[in-house]
Design a protein around this ligand. Structure first.
Ligand code: GLU
Length: 472
């Protein structure tokens, strides 16, 4: 049974990189009818916050990435929040100590710092060994610790040997002997380090495959050594390459929106974001680009995940979002647009009217947010005075008059009114319609004029014309 996990630290919003890691794990789990676990790595007490945990979960669910086991849904291998597993880490650290694979260090932080400086001054890497710490473990010091209620730090005795890692994505990676020194498993405040908690949890949660960002590749050597110390077969591990911005630099805030939350707020649809994320470093064998979650699950495989960095192209995501907006039902998009409309305190007649407004701009829409720029004039009268020659002015006024007289008209009748006036007054049609558009929308381009007029209605159209000519 395939068991994978997504193990975010709740120290911020879910970013593109994290969301992609979650997605790849999810696709892999579903592809093999396995289990997707959500584990919250909140042992950095200073930086972890519940609000971020909640936000991470909201973002994942919004994307359609659901977990089978996790802090809120439970599961057979819980608890799934590391801060609730401290006793487990302590036991496992003690186990390694009792087997002489780890040891307790009674040095104060400043003594460790001095040791580090000493090594560096001798041009040695700051790799500690058990021997280096032995001199601190005097009887007096141990008694002092006991009296003050201090806990020794537990270090892992890193085997000095070459460790070979066969990465699911990167292939063979060799960590040469002595590339890392002994490292902390448990801090004096009882908190485990990432590498230790990660291995204990992956082991106890029976994780079979780990897919994560390649910033964790240097940690893998420590983790493999820990599995060996526990006498447990490690999971298969694959490291996904990082995501770069269009300028080839590591994706960051400078490149615009990078968190799922921001994309959501800007009016991206989850199916577009998920589809785009899947293509960041993976492609299906048939090179199909537009895919539903089910299609992605069906086509996903780790061997088609690229070794090379992926480039995040906001333009392509936008394009894809536009595609999904057009593919979606009008009712759903209207539902999603209402918060944007309400946030601007715009009023509207009813859903049916909103649907018509949406349809008039839908072809040019990339994000829901853009709707507020493309369709604003339907809700707010433009502040505009149109400068036209006398003839066009007369034509516009004549139209306003006829519209007022007739009240609400059908689309065909409205078109007929304008056509007739242009013909009867022998107007330059181009000038006339340009001026009409400007009067109704305050802009030089936008939806089809007949759509605008029909949606606004005869009376509103008449009133806008008069206002733009300064006669009302
Ligand atoms: N908490 C780690 C992170 O967010 C998890 C890394 C891993 O998947 O092992 O980067």
């Amino acid at each position: 049974m395939v068991r994978v996990r997504f193990a975010p630290s709740p120290t911020g919003f879910l970013h593109v990189g994290g969301a992609r890691t979650a997605l790849f794990n999810y696709l892999f789990a579903k592809r093999f009818k396995g289990i997707f676990v959500l584990r919250i790595e909140d042992t950095d007490i200073a930086r972890s916050e519940r609000i971020f945990e909640k936000n991470l979960m909201d973002s994942l669910r919004w994307l359609g990435i659901d977990w089978d086991e996790g802090p809120d849904v439970g599961g057979a291998y819980g608890p799934y929040r590391q801060s609730e597993r401290l006793q487990i880490y302590k036991e496992y650290a003690e186990k390694l100590v009792s087997e002489n694979k780890a040891y307790k260090v009674y040095a104060y932080p400043e003594e460790i710092e001095r040791l580090r400086e000493e090594l560096l001054s001798k041009n040695l890497p700051p790799h500690y060994t058990r021997e280096m710490f032995e001199r601190f473990a005097t009887k007096e010091r141990i008694r002092e610790y006991e009296e003050k209620g201090l806990q020794p730090v537990i270090y892992f005795s890193m085997p000095r040997k070459t460790i070979v890692h066969n990465d699911l994505i990167k292939g063979q990676v060799v960590f040469s002997e002595g590339s890392v020194g002994d490292f902390v498993l448990l801090r004096s405040n009882g908190m485990p380090t990432y590498n230790f908690a990660c291995v204990v949890d992956d082991m106890l949660m029976k994780i079979t495959h780990v897919i994560r960002g390649d910033d964790h590749l240097p940690n893998t050597v420590k983790q493999l050594a820990l599995y060996e110390a526990f006498g447990v077969e490690p999971p298969q591990i694959g490291h996904v390459s990082m995501i770069l911005g269009p300028d080839g630099k590591k994706l960051s805030k400078r490149h615009g929106a990078t968190s799922v939350e921001e994309f959501r707020a800007r009016g991206y649809l989850p199916e577009a974001v998920v589809n785009y994320l899947a293509l960041l470093g993976w492609s299906p064998p048939d090179a199909q680009e537009i895919m539903s979650m089910d299609e992605m699950i069906e086509k996903f495989s780790i061997d088609r995940v690229s070794k090379n960095p992926a480039i995040f192209d906001p333009g392509k995501l936008k394009w894809m979002n536009g595609h999904y907006i057009r593919k979606s039902t009008v009712q759903r998009i209207v539902e999603l647009l209402i918060p944007y409309i309400e946030a601007r305190k715009w009023t509207y007649k009813n859903r049916d009217w909103l649907e018509r407004v949406l349809l008039s701009v839908r072809d040019r829409l990339h994000t829901l947010e853009e709707f507020t720029e493309l369709a604003d004039f339907f809700f707010v009268r433009p502040e505009v005075i149109v400068e036209v020659d006398e003839q066009v002015r007369q034509g516009l006024l004549e139209c306003a008059l006829r519209l007022e007289r007739n009240g609400e008209l059908s689309k065909e009748q409205l078109v007929a009114v304008f056509r007739e006036v242009v013909k009867q007054l022998k107007l330059n049609a181009k000038d006339f319609y340009m001026a009409l558009r400007k009067a109704l929308t305050g802009k030089n381009e936008g939806p089809e004029l007949v759509d605008i007029v029909t949606i606004l209605g005869a009376l509103e159209t008449a009133s806008r014309i008069k206002k733009a000519l300064g006669v009302e």
